[in-house]
Design a protein around this ligand. Structure first.
Ligand code: NAD
Length: 492
């Protein structure tokens, strides 16, 4: 990804520091590829520690006045950003599809829409940054107030970059913090475009947007002595490193990490909408490059064969192809490294004793798909929960279907994972549904639906899927403010 691609059509992007659009101090760049066509489409600055220093300096300078800006006014600016995102909806959606390989119609357009909703949601909540009065005694007035933390260092991945940037920027800024964010190497363009929109409305330095690699730009940002909070979305492996950086300085940290989420079909759930829901939960239309993909499918033995038959039929109707084409339901895997990694899991599944490949598999000889990193939705049946494919996060379109007989047994299998991000439950039986939701070890459980997060959901992981919450008012207060108690003796 380094160096110059030597292609005249390639757009050259800059980073946002202190209201200015700048190159990396080193002058170096990274290239960005369209994974659906394997073409280089842009260069971005290869930011490093010296750029991080400047960005944190500018964010700190902006903090002193941004924190004093009336919350209602901060909210008003976020609402203006929401309207501008909506005005640029199609342009931004195309950018996302181009750089991530996510299909324009099924993924990129909805992603931009929900990101605008996120800015609107938090913009409307600015006046809710309030504290409490505490009845300690007749002669004591005691109250709490919510205060911003300072400069938030934020690092995001590539799989839904625009939305993942929005769920950090909007609440952090609403609460009066300023921010330095590092975009993901593979998908910085739409987030830089978001920064451009934000910069139209926000005072310089309030939001700074860097591009660069994890080691050269992300690590110095997370270890910078003047940042007051770390907010990270990405893999559990890097999440551990982020937590170590936080531990060194006792910093508050939010981690949104990996998942291996169960999707549990009960014996009464013999409906077509369940099949649609399982497909949605597995995020097949995002090549399953989703932390919340319901990638362990537990089907009651009574329905096992019929559900799988319908599921194979439903996934075979999904059209895999160029992310920018209107007819594509499923786009391309983000890059060659990830493509090879997912192929490795498919090979492993094919070698697994007892496994049965029902659909998909290794890339075939379809000439129309030869130009990009395309894989078809892949389903293995007769799985067990101890398969490597059922334990590790594949982050690709590989589903393992596991039969079950007994409710306690399926809950035990569902919880037998070091992850605990999401879970999906499919049944008409309210008792079973609510018992399962109660007993499942996951931060986000959906019953009879498989869609994504909505503004207002309290979203985040149990176990090694993360720490802290995003998407909600409670999350904004917990993740991006600190509480001060003031107690006054009224007799003095
Ligand atoms: P990743 O952890 O490799 O990278 C994420 C970000 O961290 C990138 O910007 C990268 O440059 C940066 N980074 C890498 N090493 C770093 C270091 N040593 N110091 C500082 N920054 C560093 O993850 P990825 O492959 O980009 O994304 C996929 C992962 O993200 C999956 O595990 C997925 O489950 C997870 N994810 C979680 C959520 C959630 O909400 N829980 C959402 C989306 C993705």
């Amino acid at each position: 990804m380094n160096g110059s691609p030597g292609n005249q059509q390639v757009e050259q992007q800059l980073m946002l520091i202190g209201g200015d659009w700048v190159a990396a101090r080193s002058g170096e760049t990274l290239t960005v590829e369209n994974p659906g066509r394997r073409q280089i489409i842009a260069t971005v600055p290869r930011g490093s520690a010296i750029d991080v220093d400047l960005a944190v300096d500018r964010a700190l300078a902006a903090f002193s006045s941004w924190r004093k800006t009336a919350p209602r006014e901060r909210g008003r600016l976020l609402l203006s950003i929401a309207s501008e995102i909506e005005a640029q909806h199609e342009r931004l959606s195309r950018k996302i599809a181009e750089e991530t390989g996510n299909a324009l119609r099924t993924q990129a357009r909805p992603e931009v829409k929900i990101a605008a909703d996120i800015f609107r949601y938090f913009g409307g909540l600015a006046s809710e940054l309030k504290g409490e009065t505490l009845p300690l005694s007749h002669d004591l007035l005691s109250f709490t107030q919510r205060e911003p933390l300072g400069v938030v260092a934020a690092v995001i991945p590539w799989n839904a970059p625009f939305l993942l940037a929005a769920v950090k920027i909007a609440p952090a800024l609403c609460a009066g913090n300023t921010m330095v964010m590092k975009t993901a190497e593979d998908a910085p363009l739409a987030v830089l475009a978001l920064a451009k929109i934000c910069a139209q409305f926000l005072p310089p330095g309030t939001l700074n947007m860097l591009s660069g690699t994890g080691l050269e730009c992300g690590a110095p940002l997370l270890n910078h002595p003047l940042v007051a909070k770390l907010s990270f979305t990405g893999s559990t492996a890097v999440g551990r490193i982020v937590m170590e950086a936080a531990a060194k300085r006792i910093l508050p940290v939010s981690l949104e990490l990996g998942g291996k989420s169960p999707s549990i079909v009960f014996p009464d759930a013999d409906d077509d909408w369940v099949i649609e829901g399982v497909v949605a939960a597995m995020r097949f239309t995002r090549q399953s490059q989703s932390c919340t993909a319901g990638s362990r499918l537990f089907i009651h033995r009574k329905l096992y064969d019929s559900v799988l038959e319908k599921l194979v039929e439903a996934t075979s109707r999904l059209k895999v192809g160029d992310p920018l084409a209107e007819e594509s339901d499923v786009g391309a895997i983000i890059n060659e490294r990830q493509f090879r990694k997912v192929c490795g899991y498919i090979e492993d599944g094919m070698k697994q004793s007892g496994s049965k490949l029902l659909t998909g598999g290794m890339p075939g000889d379809d000439a129309s798909l030869a130009g990009g990193y395309y894989l078809k939705p892949t389903i293995f049946s007769q799985g067990t929960n101890d398969w490597r494919l059922a334990r590790e996060e594949i982050f690709g379109p590989v589903l393992v279907a596991i039969p079950w007989d007994d409710e306690d047994e399926v809950i035990k299998m569902a919880n037998d994972s070091h992850f605990g991000l999401a879970a999906y439950v499919w049944t008409h039986d309210i008792g079973k549904a609510l018992r399962t939701a109660r007993d499942i070890e996951a931060g986000w459980v959906q019953i009879n639906q498989g869609g994504g997060q909505l503004p207002g959901h309290s979203y985040g992981g149990y176990k090694q899927s993360g720490l802290g919450r995003e998407f909600s008012l409670a999350a904004m207060l917990d993740s991006f403010t600190q509480t001060k108690n003031v107690t006054i003796n009224l007799t003095r």
